[in-house]
Design a protein around this ligand. Sequence first.
Ligand SMILES: O=C(O)[C@H](O)[C@H](O)COP(=O)(O)O
Ligand SMILES: [Mg+2]
Length: 301
Amino acid sequence: MSVRLSSPEDYEDLLEKYDTWMFDCDGVIWSGDHSIDGAIEALDMLRSRKKKVLFVTNNATKSRKKYKSKFDGLGIEAHVDEIYGSAYASAVYISSVMKLPKDQKVYVIGMSGIEDELHDEGVSFVGGTDPADCTLEPFSLANFTLDTKVGAVLCGLDMKINYTKLSKAFQYLTRNPGCQFLATNEDSTYPTSDGLLPGAGSISAPLRYALDKDPISIGKPASTMLDCIKAKVNFDPKRTIMVGDRLNTDILFGQNGGLATLLVLTGITTEQDITGQKASPIIPDYVTASIGDLLAVANSP
Ligand SMILES: O=C(O)[C@H](O)[C@H](O)COP(=O)(O)O
Ligand SMILES: [Mg+2]
């Protein structure tokens, strides 16, 4: 059963218990390009209380450096080494876990965030934002030349998805022996300030169906993201809390990592999802409406 936070003492108790605070971004810190009310002040308050703050996002559209610019633009203090995105985790996975041979490359379905992180990890890639792939022209298999050096297909949120990209990815995954099918994350939907859009999981879904095969998904709830953080940051899982808006990514990620979990209702998950007839079996430790509620401690006498 989740603890519904409400009094200043509830929030003060949370600050006493946890030294490291991991925050999901979309639906927690911001919605699209609008910060969530109270988020900036709550993060400042945590830093003033000497808490370690980390950002852990499944959104692969931006690199860590580009996210730093977004934080700056919103007036939110953040440092690149505090930001962990699924594009970064995927690049690290390909270079350090999969150890893709240097003479091979990745076919990308996705945006500049994936390309930037692959580049920074020294991984070669094709596709992505290449104008030749971002076309609505019919795909001609007769005119397609298979690049036998493509050793992996990496699929993330791609706002320019099309038949050419899906067809090329399908060729590599069915004709290049050993070509790995990877996904940055599999969120079904993407929360924006104007409403929900199809998420990264909805971009890789056509390939899953055509191939009758699931990708290796690297983002939350998989432990790969936490492994990336552990490689860079010292923290005690028992004194760490993951704050998120989606049960089957953020909260499950926290639970898989042995972290405490706080669900906020400013993004994907609604009150109905946690109390209704069809309530999810994924139960967060704590629930509150918004991270702005943490300011209750600042206002308590
Ligand atoms: O579709 C997606 O990729 C996700 O909805 C989105 O980007 C999630 O980002 P997060 O909530 O993990 O910051
Ligand atoms: Mg989110």
